[in-house]
Design a protein around this ligand. Structure first.
Ligand code: TNX
Length: 585
């Protein structure tokens, strides 16, 4: 392991480092022992992982210095020499994921590989962290050493190995071919994420994506090292998850969508078997799926199926189809028993989720009828609740208790920041970008927070000023804003420690077709992935732009359409995607 001497400058990440400007775009060659010394001296730790930032004033070969990897690795060191992955080479990969690892590497390199059999060292090796030398990767971090004879990924966890696999695969995909082999410049990468929660939320209710699209999405997310898929499975237009105890939820509640209100519209939902399969598929790719069952608002579909749960709603702009049954009756024994049972089945389907999201958003839009509901009146008297917000708080606490009792943390939209829920068992999703005081309140109260403010994290907002379809709210969400996030929040070190991470949310009111959902998602989700993974001081928009063409080509190969901001490609609207006219009775 030798680094090119004589032209080294170390830029540290961490709170102090983040404020320091990187004066050039190159990545420094630095040997690990020296890196270690610097690291020990610097005493900078970020989320328990020490990350080095290396920069150089020397002109290094671009291929190794800024490899075409998204998200950009925390530290890259160019080394002398070349590594060639030849057809039939052996790869020693994690035993429980042999097929996935071999397929990923073979496909990326375009050469067949074979699993390790003999004692002789393989060309590609996945090893425990202890073999990585002094600077040990931990958690989701990994080291990748591409040497003349071997490419070695070391990590302390299966997730770390998996992220290293994705980096190596991206390098191989972009590598030149020579004599049937795939050639990489030698280098070392030391990488670890800035945030532990790097996510994407998909609204399945307004318009349904379905299993094939979700699996494709999970593949692309895994390649970008995203690790949370927040699955918004219920909302007013449709209930999308089979619940065995309540079959009408899917017999009735799963019919139609935001743009198809026919009572005999086809049912669109995930069976429990499909969900188990998708959860397993995600788990293999180190993505945790966090299910959301929205309550007590956004409940029309469930209430349509079980009218006895009705807590009333409102009519939107005089229309009769939106949303007269917006809330669950918050104080009725039947509602509580129903939700308890639903949550129990959900908990069984997502055993590793850690968190169940119970929504909690926008309840006040539809609670006008609550004061007239007999159960609500008696609950208020019995519990001494002064107003409807008090009823909402009582309901939130009641349901959070159930979720916690099932062994999960509760997640909710930022409305629940005022509910005084247990700090160690509650995660707040800050979404109202125009209410920074709510983020402040949540952080000051000691809640862990996922950042997903409408601007720039809602992908139903348009991404280019010329685009006609989609939301705007004092602006829109171009890829540059996604990439820069969350710098504008100027999080202190204390704040950042409480921030779990960030996610994009695709609400699907204005995305009827999969083509349009993909168009709104990509490549902004690559920008979000880099923003969530790469240390702030290593983020570089020009570098990201230079790596984006490879990212777009890969999305295409995965069957995912995308906007190309550099070429300003045509907007995909549902009409262009060939969607038949919406059915609005
Ligand atoms: C607000 S975000 C909502 C969603 C909508 C979205 C549209 C949130 C917690 N509630 O129900 O789909 O805006 O941008």
């Amino acid at each position: 392991m030798t680094g090119a001497p004589g032209h080294r400058r170390l830029v540290r990440t961490g709170m102090a480092g983040r404020r320091r400007k990187q004066r050039n775009g190159f990545v420094l060659a630095l040997s690990w022992p020296q890196a270690m010394v610097e690291m020990m001296n610097s005493n900078v730790a970020l989320h328990g992982v020490t990350v080095l930032m290396l920069a150089s004033t020397a002109g290094l070969a671009a291929g190794a210095a800024d490899p075409t990897v998204i998200p950009r690795p925390a530290a890259v060191t160019e080394q002398a020499g070349r590594f060639t992955l030849r057809p039939g080479a052996c790869a020693s990969v994690p035993r429980d994921a042999t097929a996935l690892y071999l397929r990923t590497l073979s496909d990326a390199a375009g050469v067949p590989l074979r699993p390790a059999t003999a004692v002789a060292p393989c060309a590609v090796q996945f090893l425990p962290a202890a073999t990585a030398g002094a600077a040990q990767p931990s958690g989701e971090g990994y080291h990748l050493r591409v040497a003349p004879e071997t490419a070695i990924v070391s990590a302390a966890t299966p997730a770390g190995h998996f992220h290293g696999l994705q980096t190596l695969a991206q390098l191989l995909r972009g590598a030149p071919r020579e004599g049937g082999g795939c050639v990489l410049p030698c280098m070392e990468i030391a990488d670890a994420p800035r945030f532990g929660w790097r996510g994407y939320m998909l609204d399945e209710s307004r318009h349904f994506s379905g299993k094939a699209a979700v699996l494709r999405l999970l593949d692309a997310m895994a390649e970008a090292k995203l690790n949370r898929f927040h699955w918004h499975l219920t909302d007013s237009p449709g209930w999308r998850i089979e619940i065995k105890a309540y079959p009408r939820l899917t017999d009735i509640g799963a019919r139609g969508s935001e743009t198809d209100r026919r009572p005999d519209a086809p049912r669109q939902f995930y069976t429990q078997d499909e969900i188990r399969g998708i959860v397993a598929y995600a788990r293999e790719r180190h993505i945790t799926i966090v299910p959301e069952i929205d309550m007590p608002g956004h409940a029309d579909a469930a209430v349509l199926a079980y009218p006895e749960l009705d807590g009333g709603g409102f009519l939107q702009k005089g229309r009769t189809d939106k949303w007269p049954r917006f809330t669950f009756h918050p104080a009725k024994a039947e509602t509580l028993a129903f939700l308890d049972t639903v949550l129990k089945e959900v908990a069984g389907l997502f055993p590793d989720a850690g968190v169940i999201h119970f929504g909690g958003d926008e309840v006040h839009f539809g609670w006008q009828k609550w004061p007239d509901l007999p159960g609500v009146k008696s609950l208020m008297a019995k519990e001494g609740l002064k107003d409807l917000a008090g009823v909402e708080t009582w309901f939130n606490r009641r349901m959070a208790g159930v979720i916690n009792g099932l062994g999960f943390k509760t997640a909710g939209w930022d409305e629940i920041a005022a509910r005084d829920l247990p700090r160690d068992k509650t995660v707040i999703f800050w979404w109202r970008h125009d209410k920074p005081q709510i983020l402040r309140q949540a952080l000051d109260a000691g809640y862990p927070v996922v950042l997903c403010p409408r601007r720039p994290c809602y992908f139903d907002f348009v991404q280019h000023d010329s685009h006609k379809v989609g939301r705007r709210w004092g602006g829109f969400n171009p890829i540059e804003d996604v990439y820069a996030f969350p710098a504008a929040l100027q999080l202190s070190a204390d704040d950042e420690a409480k921030v779990l991470g960030m996610q994009a949310c695709l609400w699907t009111e204005t995305t009827v077709t999969q083509e349009r959902r993909d168009f709104m998602t990509w490549p902004r989700l690559l920008a979000l992935a880099e923003a969530a993974w790469t240390p702030e001081a290593r983020k570089d928009l020009a570098s990201f732009r230079s790596r984006l063409p490879a990212g777009l080509a890969r999305l295409k190969a995965l069957g995912l359409g995308a906007f190309d901001p550099a070429a300003n490609t045509a907007e995909i609207t549902d009409e262009q995607a060939g969607k038949p006219k919406a059915h609005l009775d």
